[in-house]
Design a protein around this ligand. Structure first.
Ligand SMILES: [Zn+2]
Length: 203
């Protein structure tokens, strides 16, 4: 997995998920339980994987976003069994059908996210409402290595979780090309000019 399992996820009863708090403690919540005002535990597990978990900071920042936007945020992909931020409970792919990609990216930044990837579909604009399809990937990786699995990544370079901060945009699934926005303002500029290339900030 690339992630050292120090035990947190090994003791999750069926029908429960793990919320891993800032101090590293694991809290078990029933799938249907609200873990924040607008989010239930199971919303971070759309693929219904067992066991699963989510980092508290991800939930907190999404709740801040939810207050800023004033409309529902749908997590389309949360926990996954992968060696990447999703597999560490650090990431969510979201859609906000009643807001544009640009509005969602801005709300994410203001809520505190510093790793943001905006993915639209061919034939659409970042100014469109997200109901046209596509997603925004958000994660709270901060270099500390804290995950739902335990305490640290065991990958020496963490090459699948390349850097912090990280701003990317693209079309369909091809995001790893051309230009290099270094700041959120550069990302925003690319979104507002509806740049047709794709790009990300390398480490
Ligand atoms: Zn993602």
């Amino acid at each position: 997995m690339g992630i050292k399992d120090t035990g947190c996820l090994n003791h999750v009863p069926y029908g429960y998920g793990v919320l891993r708090s800032y101090n590293g403690k694991c809290h078990y919540y029933r799938d249907n339980q609200h873990i924040r005002h607008n989010f239930k535990m199971k919303e971070f597990n759309p693929k219904r994987i067992h066991p699963y978990g989510v980092m508290e900071k991800l939930v907190d920042d999404l709740q801040k976003m939810r207050y800023l936007l004033g409309v529902p945020i749908i997590v389309t992909s949360g926990y996954r069994r992968e060696s990447n931020p999703h597999g560490a409970g650090l990431a969510a792919d979201i859609t906000v059908p009643r807001k544009s990609f640009i509005q969602v990216a801005e709300a994410a930044y203001h809520a505190g996210f510093r790793r943001i990837e905006v993915m639209k579909r061919y034939g659409t604009s970042y100014g469109n409402l997200m109901s046209v399809g596509g997603h925004v990937h958000l994660d709270v990786y901060d270099g500390s290595g804290n995950t739902t699995w335990g305490t640290e990544y065991d990958c020496p370079s963490c090459d699948r979780i390349p850097c912090y901060p990280w701003y990317a945009w693209g079309i369909q699934n091809s995001w790893s090309a051309t230009s290099h926005p270094n700041t959120f303002n550069q990302l925003l500029h690319n979104l507002k000019t509806n740049a047709h290339d794709t790009g990300y900030r390398g480490c």
